[in-house]
Structure formats: structure tokens, C-alpha cells
Design a protein around this ligand. Sequence first.
Ligand code: F6P
Length: 327
Amino acid sequence: MNNNIKKIAVLTSGGDAPGMNAAIRAVVRTGIFYHIEVVGVHLGYDGLIDNEMELLNVRSVANILSRGGTFLKSARSERFRTPEGRSRAFENIKNANIDALVVIGGDGSFTGADIFSQEHDLPVIGIPGTIDNDLYGTDDSIGYDTALNTIVDAVDKIRDTANSHDRLFIVEVMGKDAGFIALRSGVAVGAEAVLVPETHTYIEHLLNKLGRERRKSKSGSIVIVAEGDGYGGAYKVADAVKEKYDHLDIRVSILGHIQRGGNPSAFDRVLASRLGAGAVDALLGGRKGEMIGLVNKELVFTPFEKAVKHHKELNKQLLSLAEILAL
Ligand code: F6P
């Protein structure tokens, strides 16, 4: 146990994700369990720069386990990208006698954490919190499971209309650089096709497939498109389909930020609790500059640089399963 750590700061950064509150709660309560003070930083890295911090106690994190969003609030800080911003943040950290930092966020947040911990002498541990699930070094990131459940719920409803009117719905889900959300939700809703950023030439395949399917006179159809799909999103895909199959009744539905909201699922609450507690244990065990993750149900650590830069592959079996089951 690292006895030099007496005070830890925790912040949430980047896009919010359901379960971030559960992770903050776990960091605070595990810290207090070890007689360590825990400071909450408001509005991500901006709060470090502006000295927006408060000491948290056991009660400060009561009744937040089940709530979506992040009670500490989050931001994508432009100022933290500059050396001046990071120096100011470090000054505030030193003045507040903070010995270590826990950052809950995604790839942009960990890129910042990596640079910050190299420039300044401060142990930092990251907790993956993003619905995109695109970080290498964890099977799941906090919020991914809840977002999937939200999508399944929404698309099940859309399918009622698709079937009733024999329409083709092109549903756009989040994922600007990665197709994890699209692929998994596509399998879960039985989509006719899934378009993801990782498979660039898929539009031709989709057009051929839709021709085949329609000849068999299927009723309603759902196509899931990741927002970052190489073809340019749901509206462009809809235009391409309409051009080839003028007779089809097509609608576009962009699910948007409903995917980031809502109460976290049981899975995300447990994941966030384990990762939050594990992050404090890691700091006390002398770890730094790493992201904590869960791989095959075990806690593992990955250096920030690797977590961000190493490409996390889409599950190939799931890709072909999506194809096989959509016959
Ligand atoms: O990074 C998570 C994410 O949900 C992406 O999938 C999406 O493109 C982005 O955030 C949207 O961010 P914002 O809420 O800042 O527009």
C-alpha cells in the first residue's frame, strides 16, 4: 500500500455515459474505506484548470448509483490540450495537496491523461466510461450495455411501424469511429444489415442484399448504420437505396443522444463499481499511467497510450453472425 497517497481527485471527462455516477461512488467510498480523502472535480479537466473542486463524503454519493449522466458534470476541454492549461491544472492539484487522480472517460480523456502524467509527477488511473466501447484493454466500457438496451428498446418500437407499413427503416446509432454499438445492437434487434466504419465497401453489399430480400417479399426491415460509417450516415444510405429501389418505402431514424441517457443497467452498475474500487486499489498499489479494464471478467491494466492507440477489433464472429442470421 502506497502510504504517500492521502488525497485522491476524481473527474468525469468527454461524453457522459450511464454508470459514471456508479464509478464515482465506488472511488469515493473505497477511498474513504482506506481513510483517504476524495475530492470531486466539476466539469472534467476544465474544473481542474478553474479549481472547481469539492471534498466528497460517503453521503455526497448517496442515491447516485442508479442515475444516468454524471453528477460531477463533464466536458471536452480545449484548454487542457494546451501546456498552459495543464500547468495551471497541476498547480491547483498541488495547492489542494492532491496526490493522485482518477479520470473516468474515453479515448480523448486518456490522451490528455497520458500527456498530463508524463509532464507532471502525478499518478493517474483511467476508468473506461464511453458508450462507444472503443478502448483497447477492456471487454466493456461503462455505459455500453445501457446504451445497447436503450437502442434495442427503441428499435423494437420502430419495427412495429416497419412491419405495419412494410417499410424499410434506416436507423442511425452512435459510434463516430467504431461500430461496436451498431454491430451488437444489430444482432440484438435482428437487423437486415449493419453498416460500420470498419467495413468500408458495405453499401454495394447492402444494395444487392436488399434486392434479394425484397424479391422474397419480406415485410418491414431494419438496417442499422453507425454514425461514422464510411458512406456518410443514415440519410446518405437511404438516398442510395432509394435511387436503386425507387418503389421502397424508406424512413430514416436517428436515435441520437437518447443512447447516452437513462438509468444504468445492472451490468453497468456492477462494472462501474468494480472498476472504481479497482482504480483506488491500483493507485494505493503504486500503479500509474494506466487504464483499468475488465477482460474475461478479470481486472487488467493497460498503459494509456496502448488503450487509446491500439486498435480494438470488431468481433469477426459477431460480424458473420449478423450476416447469417439476417437471411
Ligand atoms: O464519444 C461518445 C459519443 O457518444 C460518440 O459516439 C458520439 O459521436 C459523440 O459522443 C457525440 O458527442 P457530443 O455529445 O459531444 O455531440
